[in-house]
Design a protein around this ligand. Structure first.
Ligand SMILES: [Fe+2]
Length: 198
């Protein structure tokens, strides 16, 4: 798995590029699963785009139309692998020094009706990830320097060069948001959190 390390601010972001079919992801069927969830009104419905699901994507114990789709399990494995590499590369932790106790995941679908998402973080998780499933020319992710209290100054933001099939892994405390997207085609990303014992 190829990765690029961005040393920014007091933290680091790793961008992972999956080798072709490295984790056997069937992207069209994953998007079909997401659309089925939305059609069946099982997403978090606040009456607007963006559309976000509950943390269901790789759970077996609740009804979720994609549970027979191995791609979701494979995506979970790829997320876990990326977190392991992050621990080693960014925190200098050998495998016996940490354990990944739990992970969860949800989808996030947007189009041009979303101008900009508010900055937020995923605390109290330890590591978080965004997987760019289908961008359709859509937006990237902005990270904010924690030393900038207003989160608005341009020189205090960082935008990784994300592409489809990439995982962006970062500490869960890092403030981030989706940039506004100009295209009418939908953008699908998968978000994930990991809780670690270190
Ligand atoms: Fe987020």
């Amino acid at each position: 798995m190829y990765y690029k390390n961005y040393k920014i601010f007091p933290t680091e972001i790793l961008l992972f590029k999956q080798e072709e079919n490295e984790f056997d992801l069937d992207v069209p069927s994953m998007i079909q699963d997401i659309e089925e969830e939305i059609q069946q009104q099982r997403h978090i419905d606040n009456g607007a785009v963006p559309v976000q699901s509950y943390s269901i994507l790789w759970k077996d114990d609740i009804e979720w139309c994609g549970k027979q789709n191995e791609s979701w399990k494979n995506l979970q494995q790829s997320f876990i692998r990326c977190c392991e590499v992050y621990c080693e590369v960014c925190w200098g932790l050998s495998p016996e020094k940490f354990a990944i106790l739990h992970t969860n995941s949800w989808f996030y679908k947007t189009d041009s009706s979303l101008w900009k998402e508010n900055p937020h973080n995923h605390f109290p998780a330890t590591l978080s990830g965004i997987f760019y499933l289908k961008l359709n020319g859509g937006d990237k992710t902005v990270f904010y320097d924690p030393r900038n209290v207003s989160n608005q100054l341009k020189e205090w933001v960082f935008i990784p060069e994300t592409q489809e099939n990439y995982w962006c892994i970062f500490p869960s405390h890092a403030q981030h948001s989706s940039m506004g997207t100009q295209t009418d085609l939908p953008r699908y990303v998968i978000a994930a959190d990991a809780w670690l014992q270190i």
